[in-house]
Design a protein around this ligand. Structure first.
Ligand SMILES: NC(=O)c1ccc[n+]([C@@H]2O[C@H](COP(=O)([O-])OP(=O)(O)OC[C@H]3O[C@@H](n4cnc5c(N)ncnc54)[C@H](O)[C@@H]3O)[C@@H](O)[C@H]2O)c1
Length: 461
């Protein structure tokens, strides 16, 4: 393939002329990233948030078959996280040619995301894999730099940040940026075929969806003791334990349940209009995080049909990790035993799971959706095809927050209530400094505010 862009510029000329082009693009809304379309050049990557998922996403980005990629910059707030991620990515050296991140392109601190993105050219890709609280801040900067984006789920944690993210999503579409959101189940082949079959009427009209993520272990960072005295920074403690703090992650509810909520909404081909729910802190022991250990939420769609969702993190309790759909004719298994393989199937009547009543089964080996989401994003960038999941990711995050708020306040929360909710959990998130205060303050006893259903009706804490 030629090195010339559709605008007739070589890549070098393009980079030299970026300032002029950016000015022109601002006037005409023409397509900066699309200028790379169809060329065979390497797409550069910057990783912002070098934890478990960020490292995995960088691996997927480098493993894509949709053209060459190279990791050129990394940013984190913890030097050790960045160093460990770099070491893991280097691994056995097989990817050495794709990893070019010298010391001067490794950035630590709250401004690191800007420095890492400054190493890229328009049309390259930044990976936003920090806790979700930082998503809108970093996405804003990526848009201003003309970068394509991969961002992990959830993309927002509350109403105000969702409003910001929806505005940013619209802006990124206007600028023809390609944006992937880490709701990778949407890229699963088995679920995709099930969706087509449901839409063509194979189970009739969906009247009920059920989803469960009930886990036994307490290994995730959703259980938090008081900050140890030898950890000097309250802010960094909360960031490290982000599943425990609503401002950072939306809590265990948002982080863990969003996939099941999103896959159910996908099959229904709609977003719910309201939620009511319950939950409690039965066995938190000396943990001081903001989570409940059980959640039971009923979502209602515009046609009156329901999604019933159960979430639990409790040792010794029954475990299930699955989503189901029940239609007026038949029923369907959307996923069972985790994200992948999904084991999608359709069953006669309501006998979901019954071996003797299988109507259809995906049956084949399922490709890894974490890789597929990257292949799809990179193919769209190369071919300059419209591709933007930012709005859908924000809506999935919003309806997740809707259910969480319903459980935390013990009120019926509508889509409009959560969208227009004024409680922004971390209003100054774009101004945090390493030695500055945290968005959440512990009391004199080292405990954080928790939801009090029925008493706090308008705010979750
Ligand atoms: N799609 C999935 O199946 C999946 C799986 C796991 C995690 N995730 C998502 O990925 C995100 C990260 O989760 P994780 O498990 O990798 O957590 P993690 O703690 O392992 O990684 C997060 C990293 O971000 C860094 N960080 C925090 N704030 C930062 C900032 N302001 N600037 C730069 N770096 C910052 C942390 O130090 C840490 O290294 C979350 O949104 C989570 O929900 C998605």
């Amino acid at each position: 393939m030629s090195d010339a862009t559709p605008a007739g510029l070589t890549r070098r000329e393009l980079i030299k002329n970026t300032g002029k082009i950016a000015a022109a693009a601002a006037i005409t809304n023409s397509i900066l990233p699309g200028l790379y379309a169809g060329e065979s050049n390497t797409i550069q990557l910057a990783l912002v948030g070098c934890g478990g998922r960020g490292t995995g996403a960088a691996e997927n980005a480098m493993a894509t078959t949709a053209g060459p990629t190279k990791l050129v910059a990394m940013a984190d707030v913890f030097p050790k996280k960045l160093a460990d991620s770099y070491k893991n990515l280097k691994g056995d050296g097989k990817r050495d040619a794709q990893i070019d991140v010298p010391e001067e392109r490794r950035f630590i601190g709250f401004e690191g995301y800007k420095q890492a993105m400054d190493c890229l050219n328009p049309g390259d890709v930044v990976l936003l894999t920090t806790p979700p609280a930082f998503r809108w801040v970093q996405f804003s900067y990526a848009i201003s730099k003309g970068l394509n984006v991969f961002m992990e789920k959830p993309t927002t944690v509350d109403g105000p940040t969702t409003r910001k993210m929806l505005d940013l999503a619209a802006e990124s579409v206007k600028r023809n940026l390609k944006v992937g959101v880490g709701l990778m189940c949407r890229h699963c082949k088995a679920r995709g075929e099930l969706f087509d079959r449901i839409q063509s009427g194979e189970i009739g009209d969906i009247v009920l969806l059920r989803a469960y993520r009930m886990a036994p272990d307490q290994t995730a960072k959703e259980f938090t003791k008081k900050k140890p005295p030898d950890m000097p920074s309250e802010l960094l403690y909360q960031i490290q334990m982000f599943h425990s703090f609503l401002w950072a992650s939306g809590g265990a509810y948002s982080d863990f349940l969003i996939h099941n909520i999103d896959e159910c909404c996908w099959m229904k081909n709609d977003w719910p209009v309201k939620a009511m729910g319950m939950g409690g802190r039965h066995f938190r022991g000396d943990n001081v995080d903001q989570n409940f250990d059980t959640y039971a939420v009923e979502y209602t769609f515009a046609d009156g049909s329901k999604l019933q969702l159960d979430g639990r993190g409790m040792v010794g309790a029954y475990q299930e990790f699955a989503s189901y759909a029940h239609g007026t004719k038949n029923s369907a298994l959307i996923s069972v035993g985790g994200h992948s393989p999904a084991h999608c199937a359709i069953y006669k009547g309501q006998k979901v799971g019954s071996k003797d009543d299988v109507v259809w089964k995906f049956g084949q080996k399922e490709p890894n959706p974490y890789q597929l989401e990257w292949d799809h994003l990179m193919e769209a960038i190369r071919a300059d095809k419209p591709y933007n999941e930012a709005e859908r990711g924000a809506k999935a995050s919003l309806v997740t927050s809707m259910g969480r708020m319903a459980a935390h306040t013990a009120q019926v929360v509508t889509y409009d209530d959560i969208l227009n909710c004024e409680h922004e959990f971390a209003p100054n998130i774009d101004k945090l400094t390493l030695d500055g205060p945290a968005p959440l303050i512990a009391d004199a006893d080292g405990k954080y505010p928790v939801p009090v259903p029925g008493l706090n009706k308008k705010r979750e804490y």
